[in-house]
Design a binder for this molecule. Structure first.
Ligand SMILES: [Zn+2]
Ligand SMILES: [Zn+2]
Length: 168
């Protein structure tokens, strides 16, 4: 059973009920999470993030385990169009007590951002077989062919092309 359910705006979990080593609690919550920037990319978060966490007080740290579900808006690296991507992550974090700003509050911002960043694809694709854009005219080739001449980049094929061009 989850001990807390609801939509909250504050991005921390109160730990005052976890003072004893060995204490643990489960938390289920939805967070309106802000967009953020990473590697010159804007990471856009759609809808509240869903978190299901268990927090466990050990001697030196709080162990946070659980799941994050989030809907992101990413830009396809081939066709540059935005697309929705749903992520579902398992997370395990060890928050060292000595490094905490406030012993009574567990801040979630960084934990959430780090985990989302780790899940991001190096080359986001709207679909595995996205056709991308034409390098010459910029036409989105998922929406249809353009009239540009197709460049033949393979040198063996280029020779063949020369051969046929001469024949004509
Ligand atoms: Zn695409
Ligand atoms: Zn074109």
């Amino acid at each position: 059973m989850w001990l807390f359910t609801g939509v909250i705006k504050k991005l921390y979990i109160n730990l005052s009920d976890l003072k004893e080593v060995g204490a643990r609690k489960q938390v289920e919550l939805e967070l309106e999470f802000h967009n953020f920037e990473f590697a010159n990319r804007e990471i856009e978060i759609k809808d509240p993030i869903e978190l299901e966490l268990e927090i466990f007080n050990t001697t030196d740290s709080y162990v946070v385990e659980g799941e994050i579900k989030a809907k992101l808006i990413l830009s396809c690296s081939r066709c540059l169009q935005e697309y929705n991507s749903t992520i579902n992550l398992d997370l395990t974090e060890n928050v060292v007590k000595n490094e905490m700003e406030d012993q009574e509050e567990l801040y979630l911002d960084e934990i959430i951002m780090d985990n989302i960043i780790l899940s991001l694809p190096m080359k986001p694709l709207c679909s595995e077989d996205c056709n991308g854009i034409c390098p010459q005219c910029g036409q989105d080739l998922n929406k249809g062919e353009c009239d540009c001449e197709v460049e033949i980049l393979d040198p063996r094929l280029a020779k063949l092309k020369d051969f046929y061009d001469e024949e004509q």
